[in-house]
Design a protein around this ligand. Structure first.
Ligand SMILES: [Fe+2]
Length: 352
């Protein structure tokens, strides 16, 4: 069993019945593991390949340039370059008493585990509250214009389609979820996982990415052919590898925390991690090859209240999540990655 690959074309071109069937199928899949994969959507393969090419170029710019645009490790939305070891996803979630992964609380003792990845996070339209520090035009000409002006809006339109399909599949009126979206808060992340020895993985303290859930409504994830992404198998325990099929438009969709709040847990977030690809699982002295991914974190407007919608709160399912604003939840979650609570002083951590 793995994460299915669903043809999404009917959502734009199908009849009303076909759209409804597709929406129902999507929601059914999300109820299993919080994830699915799509092909034949609005972002074409050439565009995705071009984004990978820009990503490779970005990670080759000199370290001194990257330092100038480094993300500030505080509880605010992430912007700019994050070096290997900067973000600690193991601090964001824990396994609760019922065995389910849940969001950490302030008094939880954080695990001290290391992620081996570097990334660049940006948004669009010169977000005045949390602006992106871009690399200079001289160091990577054309990167800023294309990534912000072409690629990000394409991904955002796809995210809006997917959230509209989720509304339909959940029986919500149009705009219930998509009406909370705000184009300036969505974040695009390009990410590189450097080569990593299986020997280091076996220590148990290091992974490419430790188990966690994402923070927005949904995440769209493009991954290269390397593999290693896994999602929690809720039915049988353990992990399901999300092995890339090689389809040029394949994109993963992962339910994230904001949608869990909004649906009062009716939809649960996909717990995911990145470790060794299947072919290297049992290798004693192997080396995981370099890996690239691109993620769109599609979010609710910062001021939107994300407490459960009334239709999901009943006597059998009382309100389980507080009515935070999207920014309050987001800052709590980002702060966990850096041991930085909202409003607290930023801890000083040496660069890895
Ligand atoms: Fe993630």
């Amino acid at each position: 069993m793995s994460v299915p690959v669903i043809d999404f074309s009917a959502f734009r071109n199908g009849t009303e019945n076909e759209r409804q069937e597709l929406a129902n199928r999507l929601v059914d899949e999300f109820k299993k593991h919080g994830a699915t994969r799509l092909v034949n959507h609005r972002v074409i393969g050439d565009t995705i390949q071009k984004a990978y090419q820009w990503s490779e170029k970005f990670f080759q710019i000199p370290e001194s340039e990257k330092e100038v645009i480094a993300n500030i490790r505080d509880a605010n939305p992430q912007r700019g370059y994050s070096y290997v070891g900067s973000e600690a996803t193991s601090k964001a979630n824990k396994r609760g008493e019922d065995g389910e992964f849940e969001i950490c609380e302030d008094d939880d003792v954080a695990q001290d585990l290391e992620d081996v990845k570097e990334h660049f996070d940006y948004t669009r339209d010169g977000d005045p509250d949390f602006p992106t520090p871009w690399p200079s035009e001289a160091s990577i000409p054309g990167f800023h214009n294309w990534m912000e002006g072409v690629f990000l809006p394409e991904c955002q339109r796809l995210a809006r389609d997917v959230l509209a399909a989720i509304e339909l599949g959940l029986g919500l009126s149009e705009g219930t979820l998509t009406g909370c979206m705000e184009s300036r808060v969505d974040e695009l992340r390009i990410q590189r996982y450097p080569p990593l020895s299986t020997e280091k993985l076996k220590t148990g303290k290091i992974k490419r990415c430790h188990p966690h859930t994402d923070f927005g409504f949904i995440t769209l994830l493009f991954q290269d052919a390397t593999g290693g992404l896994e999602i929690e198998d809720r039915a049988n325990g353990g992990w399901l590898p999300v092995v890339p099929t090689g389809a040029p438009t394949e994109v993963g969709v992962y339910i994230s925390d904001t949608l869990v709040y909004k649906t009062n847990g009716h939809l649960k977030a996909a717990v995911h991690q990145v470790t060794a690809p299947v072919s290297l699982k049992d290798k004693e002295d192997g080396v995981l090859p370099e890996r690239y991914t691109i993620a769109l974190f599609a979010k609710a407007d910062r001021h939107a209240h994300i407490g459960p919608l009334p239709q999901f709160v009943t006597t059998e399912t009382p309100q389980h999540f507080p009515d935070l604003t999207a920014l309050e939840l987001h800052n709590k979650r980002v702060g966990q990655l850096y041991d930085a609570r909202p409003g607290a002083a930023v801890p000083v951590v040496a660069k890895a």
